[in-house]
Design a protein around this ligand. Structure first.
Ligand code: PGA
Length: 254
């Protein structure tokens, strides 16, 4: 079954408003109408409205980097999934920086995932192991724990569901996983999905690889059979590299 690959740019907490608007405008000019790949940009939350305005009517989509599951209330500093729902179509859930810098628990990830699914938005559920876990052979256990916890309350996955496999040791370090490791681990993720749901659901899920993706390694990573797109951090901040990555993913899928 053909899965449409999806490339998302996670801008993290980068770019002032002017630079963000310029990048959005250039990306639209470069990537609107690109066939064979879905393209999503995830700017910092204050620029999400600008992104929605500047990309309206194009094939580029907008995603949030995080959400909070409660719809409203006394939660200083949080932005609810419900508030984002009219502006974005996608949301990264459980990014490793949420988990490891801000202490997000599996339970919080699960609630955020549930809120996003209930609102009809598309989550990109991020999972991944630490370096020590890779080295001591517990990668599969960690991924299984993260996935099963996130799905605790989920009976069936929406069509085209997205998991982002991002080894924490590869994020922002320049230490990209080899295509072999990335492929094998994404295949393991798919096997966990098949166990938890069923083979057809697992087959239909899109699994992104993320972690030091750049214009040079995008094609080989995106060309692996169990890799259905890329989640890109640093290289998403320049129009040239993000454009090249999206085109490489479209080419790899063709
Ligand atoms: P990176 O970040 O591409 O800069 O490694 C990826 C991510 O955090 O999603």
């Amino acid at each position: 079954m053909a899965r449409t690959p999806i490339v998302a740019g996670n801008w993290k907490m980068h770019l002032a408003r002017g630079a963000a608007r310029e990048l959005l405008t250039t990306l639209r000019a470069n990537l609107d109408g690109l066939q064979g790949v879905e393209v999503v940009v995830c700017p910092p939350s204050p620029w999400l409205g600008d992104a929605a305005d500047l990309l309206r009517g194009s094939t580029l989509r907008v995603g949030a980097q995080n959400v909070y599951w409660e719809s409203h209330g006394a939660f200083t500093g949080e932005v609810s999934a419900a508030m984002l729902a009219g502006t974005v179509d996608f949301a990264i859930i459980g990014h490793s920086e949420r988990r490891h810098v801000f202490g997000e628990t599996d339970e919080q990830t699960q609630r955020n995932l549930r809120a996003v699914i209930d609102l009809g938005m598309q989550p990109m559920l991020a999972v991944g192991e630490l370096r020590a876990q890779r080295e001591d052979g517990s990668t599969n256990d960690v991924l299984r724990r993260q996935l099963l916890a996130a799905f605790q309350d989920v009976d069936r996955l929406p069509e085209g569901f997205i998991v982002a496999y991002e080894p924490v040791w590869a994020i922002g370090t320049g230490l990209t996983a080899t295509p072999e490791i990335a492929q094998a681990t994404c295949a393991d993720v798919r096997a966990i999905l098949a166990d938890r749901f069923d083979a057809a659901t697992a087959e239909a899920c899109r699994i992104q690889y993320g972690g030091s993706v750049n214009a040079e390694n995008a094609a080989i990573l995106a060309g692996q059979p169990d890799i259905d797109g890329l989640l890109v951090g640093g290289a998403a901040l320049q129009a040239e590299s993000f454009t090249a990555i999206c085109k490489a993913a479209a080419g790899a899928a063709a």
